[in-house]
Every structure is written in structure tokens, then in C-alpha cells.
Design a binder for this molecule. Structure first.
Ligand code: PLP
Length: 371
């Protein structure tokens, strides 16, 4: 008997096929230069670590209320008031992934369509599908700016929401205020919800990133997180903010699924929010400048303005992004093919969240591969 028959169609239909080959190849590498990681390489500040340790020692290990501890919610509300002049309802989530899951579960009816910008974060399509919705990808321009016409063309009577991500993974782009405003206007005209994943908000190197919250706060669910800003990806800390009637239903989903965000991590995140991370942000801006200067002229890419990724076009002698990643693996460099983030297999993603020396060494190997 094969136990496979117990598995739902819903999950079986979600394939990792596109990048399975790369995972298999990666498993054969002994000591790769790893440019595939989606997390920062800096250390968690001691004050934040100590706050988590103290919380555990002080027996703060039980459930919290569904919405999260008041101290953290108050701190998040103060931050949104200060940064965005916005006073929404809030809920602490289990990472931004948890925020995405409860948003989609609360907002999508079966068959409702969610517009997703291509290239997209790997989980978006699958979370929409798991929630019973239908993901619809929307192309952007070659320079990674948003195309309002592409959104207009993708909207149908079933369209429920637009999912935006800026600064973005994998492209590292920060959409301009005008681009965000134009999508917000469209959302208002067509009565759509906007879900804005701003997990890389603090890693915006050329000025603050624009947010839909500035233009359409009444129809925006903002998803924020602390994994990338404070290198605590394993703590699963995020939040959602938005109109109370939506957040209330999201809280219901959270109550019966995740229950709450991890208690000690919530306590330590209050300290994280009071910890100055400007040195780390500056170090990442320097890494961004380093990779851009090392690879400009050899590879085609849009200069990233946030996050810690560079999304490069595969050189023309390679048929696909995957083919280029396979070649790089032969030279001991591990990256993720663009097919993991796109309907097309034309690009590859570099994570530059590695020491500068590693980055330089990697670029020395990559440059000749561009031909
Ligand atoms: C754009 C984007 N959204 C969400 C997530 C998931 O974040 P979390 O670890 O907080 O669940 C990631 C992680 O890589 C991401 O890049």
C-alpha cells in the first residue's frame, strides 16, 4: 500500500519541480559559496538575545492572546503612527508567512483571484492556492517598474486583491511613489484589497520605500516582519495592520491555526524595536554597492534599492536561468534560478547577505561565466 493516497490533491498539485534539480545538485556540493540564502548574515544584537533568554527564564513560555502581547502591539502601533501617520488595527503574526496565510484565508472565497507581480516571492502563489484562491501573475516592465496596463488587463470580476512587495524579493526593487499611487488608484477604482508585504522595509538604501498605506489606507493590509531587519528569521515574528473588519477575521483564523506568535520572541521583539540597526543597514548598503560594481558590465540587472538580492539575467549563451545556475554550481557557487520566482526561466537570484570577501570571490568566479 502506498500512503500517498492519503495526500490531498490541493498539496499534490503544488510542485517544487522547477528547482528540484538544483536542490539535488546543491546536495552534492561539499563547501559551496552559498549565495542562495534568504536571511541576513549579521548577528542578533545581544540586548535582543538577552531579552528572549530572560523571557524564557522568567517563565514567559505559555500562550499569549491571539492578537499578541499588548507591549508589542503598542510598540508596532507607535511605529506605524510615527512612520506612516496611520492608526490601523494590528495583530502579531508568526512571521510574514503567518501573516500571508491568515490574510488569504480570511479574504479569499473559493476561486477569488489574487494578482501577484512576476517575479514574486516563492510562497505567494502557493499560499493563495492553499487558501482556495487563484493566483494570477502580472508582468512588470524589463526595468522592473510596475505596468498599470498589465494590472488592468489581469483584472476580472473574480479579482479580489493585489499583492505587492517592495522592497522586493527576488528583484530587490523599490517601487516609486508614483507607481504605488497608480496601483492604489486602480485598486480604488476596481474596489480591490491591497496586501502589501513590506518585510524588507528597513532595508531600503536610497530613502524610505513608498507604501500603499500612504495612498489607500482604507483598503490595505500591511504585512511587516522582524526576521530580516534583526536577523531573527527563526523566531517567526511578524505583524499585520489594516482595517479592523479584515484584521478581526484574520485574528479568527489565527486563533484556530497558529494560536499566537511565539511568546518569548514577542517579548524580545519589543527590545528589537528599540535597538538601533542603522549600522547593519549601512553594511548591507555597502554590500549592495559592492555587488553592483563587481557585476555591472558583465551581467544585465536592475540596480537593487532594497533587501539583499540581485536578480540577474542569464547571459545569452545560456538558454535558461537554470542552465546558468547549473554551470555556476560546477564552479562551486550556489544560487537560485529565476524559475523559482517567475513564470519565466530567464534570470538567477544572488543573495548578497554574505561576508564582503565571499562576495568578491564569488564575483571573480561569476564574471568569466558571463562570457
Ligand atoms: C518577500 C518575502 N515575504 C515574506 C517572507 C517570509 O518571511 P517570514 O520569515 O517572516 O515568514 C520572505 C522570506 O524570505 C520574503 O522574502
Amino acid at each position: 500500500m502506498s500512503a500517498e493516497k492519503f495526500v490531498s490533491e490541493r498539496i499534490k498539485n503544488i510542485g517544487a519541480s522547477g528547482i528540484r534539480k538544483i536542490f539535488d545538485l546543491a546536495a552534492t556540493m561539499t563547501d559551496p559559496i552559498d549565495l542562495s540564502m534568504g536571511q541576513p548574515d549579521f548577528k542578533v544584537p545581544d540586548a535582543v538575545k538577552n531579552a528572549a533568554i530572560d523571557a524564557i527564564r522568567n517563565d514567559k513560555n505559555g500562550y499569549t492572546v491571539t492578537y499578541g502581547i499588548p507591549a508589542l502591539r503598542e510598540r508596532i502601533s507607535a511605529m506605524l503612527r510615527e512612520k506612516r501617520d496611520w492608526s490601523p488595527e494590528t495583530i502579531v503574526t508568526s512571521g510574514v508567512s503567518g501573516g500571508l496565510v491568515i490574510t488569504m484565508m480570511a479574504c479569499l472565497n473559493p476561486g477569488d483571484e489574487a494578482l501577484i507581480v512576476d517575479p514574486y516571492f516563492v510562497s505567494y502563489k502557493h499560499i493563495v492556492t492553499l487558501a482556495g484562491g487563484t493566483p494570477v501573475t502580472v508582468d512588470i516592465n524589463d526595468d522592473f517598474t510596475l505596468k498599470r496596463e498589465a494590472f488592468e488587463a489581469a483584472i476580472t470580476p473574480r479579482t479580489k486583491l493585489i499583492l505587492l512587495n517592495s522592497p522586493s524579493n527576488p528583484a530587490g526593487v523599490v517601487f516609486s511613489a508614483a507607481e504605488i499611487q497608480s496601483i492604489c488608484e486602480l485598486a480604488r477604482e476596481r474596489d480591490l484589497l491591497i496586501v502589501s508585504d513590506e518585510i524588507y522595509e528597513t532595508l531600503s538604501f536610497d530613502g524610505p520605500a513608498a507604501s500603499p498605506v500612504q495612498y489607500a489606507p482604507e483598503r490595505t493590509v500591511l504585512l511587516g516582519g522582524f526576521g530580516k531587519s534583526h536577523a531573527i528569521t527563526g523566531w517567526r515574528m511578524g505583524y499585520a495592520a489594516g482595517p479592523a473588519p479584515v484584521i478581526r477575521e484574520m485574528a479568527k483564523v489565527q486563533q484556530f491555526t497558529f494560536v499566537c506568535g511565539p511568546h518569548p520572541a514577542q517579548i524580545a521583539t519589543v527590545v528589537a524595536l528599540d535597538t538601533d540597526m542603522s549600522e547593519q543597514v549601512e553594511a548591507y548598503r555597502i554590500k549592495r554597492d559592492l555587488i553592483v560594481s563587481e557585476l555591472a558590465g558583465s551581467f544585465e540587472f536592475a540596480k537593487p534599492a532594497g533587501g539583499f538580492f540581485l536578480f540577474c539575467k542569464a547571459p545569452p549563451q545560456f538558454e535558461t536561468g537554470t542552465a546558468f545556475v547549473e554551470e555556476a554550481i560546477k564552479h562551486n557557487i550556489l544560487m537560485v534560478p529565476g524559475s523559482a520566482f517567475s513564470e519565466r526561466d530567464t534570470h538567477f537570484r544572488i543573495s548578497y547577505a554574505v561576508p564582503n570577501e565571499t562576495l568578491k570571490r564569488a564575483c571573480e568566479i561569476l564574471r568569466p561565466l558571463a562570457g
